[in-house]
Design a protein around this ligand. Structure first.
Ligand code: PLP
Length: 444
């Protein structure tokens, strides 16, 4: 009997004992191909010798020094590296230990900014339905997933939620992607008008929707429209790239492909590639300057901010990505993954949509392609697919169709950037078998 409170109780998890490249090995010697990077985390795969060496070297020097006493060379170098490649103007870095912490910090930075500049009346956040921003209370409040929020609702700050970009279901017949994007911007504009633009702190969005929406790509021009709208009302734009960022979509930051720079951006997962828990908020100069001119500090903090070994791991991950030109590889292998998904699932009677960018892609499952009807949530198809995939030695990231009652079960794929063509073949073949067996109700 395990003493660990696992996410799902009363379930036996295989014991992971090793990993190399895109593979994880369990205590029985079974090998699993990691097609989801855990949860879009392991961008370099497992057991990378350069990352291990960097962590060892840092441990031999210094593992930890509290940030209220010291900074460290390795944290400074990582911040310089991130700032050098940050979108326009957001070259200040606040380190945390993961994605939810990054979102919490970004929300508080945004609020404190307006207090510092004498606009304390701003107290509203606007975010999107079907989004996921983490599980701490602030992050859960901006998250737009009704099922996750439900039992904690009385504890959550008030957040307005608008429609996500979800072309598969919401783009109308005859509507162009650009017009659809502008319709979404108009909805946001109406919400801002209702709240009063002078009362809104920030709009929070995943640049490419991830865990609870399945690689939702924004329609062309949408984020530019959002940026303009925010600027018109002095509202901050917070882009959450915890999942889609740090190279996963083929550029270091997903927002580069939209030609948009936010005021605050959250990153985590791929930042440290799973070698250490680490996240960060990238903040614009005007926000940090306002703190410096005002109270002189950001009223926040955690014990493990800028942990030296975590920074060493993240720095090494970022150096390998640049040295090995892995962003180019993400784009090439991303196309190779799309081709394989289209070949296997393009005509599949229960796959309604194949979408995503780079090595961040998903299939959405429907009981009927023509009507786009979702499978009965009671079937828990996503859970069956996850189990079938594990039985086949495949790690993928299926999510349920219960989300706000309209998103079909979907499977997210986010393999390490080093994935080969043969491994992509294997991933798609095993996924196809897991999906077909789960729908047919037969064992794999
Ligand atoms: N934001 C996004 C977009 C995420 O996908 C996640 C996790 O999946 C989080 C925030 C929360 O990150 P963490 O699980 O590290 O707290």
């Amino acid at each position: 009997m395990t003493r660990i409170v696992h996410r799902t109780l009363n379930k036996r998890y295989p014991v992971a004992v090793g990993g190399e490249g895109v593979w994880i090995v369990d205590a029985d010697g079974r090998r699993y191909i990691d097609a989801s990077g855990g949860a879009a985390v392991s961008c370099l795969g497992h057991g990378h010798p350069d990352i291990n060496a960097a962590m060892h070297a840092q441990i031999d020097k210094l593992a930890y020094a509290h940030t209220s006493f010291f900074t460290t060379e390795v944290a400074e170098e990582l911040a310089e590296t991130l700032a050098a490649d940050a979108p326009d103007g957001i070259g200040h870095v606040y380190f945390v230990s993961g994605g939810s912490e990054a979102v919490e910090a970004a929300l508080k930075m945004a609020r404190q900014y307006f207090v510092e500049i004498g606009q304390p009346q701003r107290k509203h956040f606007i975010a999107r339905r079907q989004s996921y921003h983490g599980n701490t209370l602030g992050a859960l409040a901006v998250g737009g997933n009704a099922w996750r929020r439900r039992q904690f609702a009385p504890l959550l700050i008030d957040v307005e939620h608008v429609s996500p970009p979800y072309a598969y279901r919401d783009m109308q017949m005859g509507e162009s992607p650009a017009d659809y994007g502008q319709r979404l911007v108009a909805e946001l504009s109406d919400t801002i008008a209702r709240l009063g633009g002078e009362n809104v702190i920030a709009f929070v969005a995943e640049t490419v929707g991830g865990a609870t929406s399945g690689a939702l790509v924004p329609p062309v021009g949408y984020l530019k429209g959002v940026r303009e709208l925010c600027d018109r009302h002095g509202i901050l734009l917070i882009l959450d790239e915890v999942m889609c960022g740090m190279g996963r979509t083929g550029t270091l930051h997903a927002c580069e492909q939209e030609g948009v720079a936010p005021d605050l951006m959250t990153v985590a997962k791929g930042l440290g590639g799973g070698y250490q828990p680490i996240g960060a908020v990238l903040a614009s100069g005007r926000i940090v300057d306002a703190f410096a001119r005002g109270t002189g500090f950001f009223q926040h903090g955690h014990t493990y901010l800028g942990h030296a070994v975590a920074c060493a791991a993240a720095l090494a991950v970022q150096q390998v990505i640049r040295r090995d030109r892995l962003l180019d590889r993400v784009r090439v292998q991303g196309r190779a993954l799309t081709e394989r998904l289209v070949a296997r699932f393009g005509q599949h009677p229960h796959v309604g949509d194949i979408r995503g960018r780079g090595l961040f892609q998903a299939i959405e499952l429907v009981s009927d392609r023509a009507s786009k009807q979702v499978f009965d949530p009671a079937l828990k198809l996503h859970a069956k697919i996850k189990q079938a995939a594990m039985d086949l030695g495949l790690m993928c990231y299926p999510m349920g169709g219960t989300i706000d009652g309209r998103l079909g079960d979907h499977v997210l794929l986010a393999p390490p950037f080093i994935v080969s063509d043969d491994e992509l073949d294997m991933i798609v073949e095993r996924l196809g078998e897991a999906v077909d067996a789960s729908i047919a109700g037969r064992p794999v």
